[in-house]
Design a protein around this ligand. Structure first.
Ligand code: NAD
Length: 331
């Protein structure tokens, strides 16, 4: 029987994987560990591996997988920035991802974050918790309908986010390296990233992390924002210079940020730090601020998305074993 090992597995994935294993007559084994130079040794006797890495994979793992006779790594997420694709190819390792598991989950969460920031629900909640029920200027808010929303990266998630904001009656402007002609009737494309942020009340990013967009959102780009704008990042932390973002908040250039991703998140997410001190001063600062809503890379986390991720990873792993490749190969 084919044997697949699932690394980085959570409780909520297990039943889905067990059902898949039964249906496909495959032996699926679980490990809560992520794939490291030490844990790779657990793969002796297995045919394939699926994992959900968040941090960079050690380059030496590809060679060791090759020696163990494993031909692939099936990542159970869309992001592939944790892999060295050239090193993987040199060692005949096929890397696959699950490119589209539920763009709605992330788009809906993005809009939820925007509503929280604009309608100041976190501040209202804090007041109510203190039994302060007054209507005050600090918690008076704007209508989404009256706002301009900048969507940067108009792929699957960006497009759905734009559609939802459109349904509110808001004006949606967009920027993408490759604008999509089919969405021009509801996204007003601008020529540059500087232009798209200029008049936007909400700036929301939906592009992948690449070597070209590291810290793209830096001091000079935040300075181009409209005063009082809010910034939403449900894409990738490395796109944003977090210190520059904090400075933009401190100087009241922008009025709030919702961050579902953070450039140094891999040490902390998704882990339990209730009894352990956080050592990262920038993360401590983000968590302590009233004008930042920080969440643990959770925009994707719906039952639909988790099912598609588990099944997508296992399908890819099985396809490489039985056919030598898979539709979701990225190298
Ligand atoms: P996609 O590939 O469908 O769309 C990405 C778009 O970004 C493309 O149209 C591309 O041309 C554009 N783009 C790339 N670089 C750009 C740049 N420098 N400037 C402007 N546009 C650029 O991807 P998607 O499925 O819509 O996902 C978007 C991102 O959302 C992912 O890459 C991932 O980082 C993030 N994501 C986050 C979560 C979460 O839980 N927070 C979950 C899934 C995906």
């Amino acid at each position: 029987m084919i044997k697949i090992k699932l690394f980085g597995v959570r409780e909520d994935e297990k039943d889905i994987a067990k059902d898949w294993a039964k249906e496909n007559h495959v032996d699926v084994t679980f490990s809560e560990d992520i794939l490291t130079l030490e844990t790779v040794e657990q793969l002796k006797g297995f045919d394939a591996v699926s994992t959900q890495q968040t941090g960079r994979l050690d380059d030496r793992i590809y060679g060791r997988l090759h020696e163990l006779g494993i031909k692939q790594i099936a990542q159970r997420s869309a992001g592939i920035d944790m892999y060295n694709l050239d090193k993987a190819s040199e060692n005949d390792i096929i890397i696959s991802n699950v490119p589209s598991y539920s763009p709605n989950s992330i788009a809906e969460y993005t809009v939820t974050s925007a509503l929280q920031l604009i309608r100041k629900t976190h501040l209202i909640e804090q007041n109510v918790n203190k039994r302060d029920f007054r209507w005050q200027k600090e918690i008076m808010t704007k209508e989404i309908k009256s706002l301009e929303i900048a969507i940067i990266g108009t792929g699957q998630i960006g497009q759905i986010t734009a559609q939802i904001f459109n349904a509110f009656g808001a004006k949606v402007v967009g920027y993408d390296l490759y604008p999509n002609e089919d969405v021009r009737h509801y996204i007003d494309y601008k020529e540059s990233i500087e232009e798209v942020v200029t008049n936007a009340d909400i700036v929301s990013i939906h592009m992948p992390a690449t070597k070209d967009n590291y810290h793209l959102f830096d001091e000079s780009l935040f300075n181009r924002f409209k005063d009082d704008a809010v910034f939403i990042n449900t894409a990738r932390g490395s796109i944003v210079d977090t210190k520059a973002l904090i400075n933009a908040l401190d100087s009241d250039k922008i009025s709030g940020a919702a961050l579902d991703t953070y450039e140094n998140e891999s040490t902390y997410i998704p882990k339990d730090f209730r009894s352990t001190d956080i050592q990262d001063p920038i993360l401590i600062e983000l968590l302590s601020r009233n004008d930042v809503i920080f969440t643990p890379h959770i925009a994707f986390y719906t039952s639909t998305a988790v099912k598609n991720l588990v099944e997508g990873g296992l399908d890819a792993a099985l396809s490489v074993i039985t056919t030598g490749s898979c539709d979701t190969r990225v190298n």
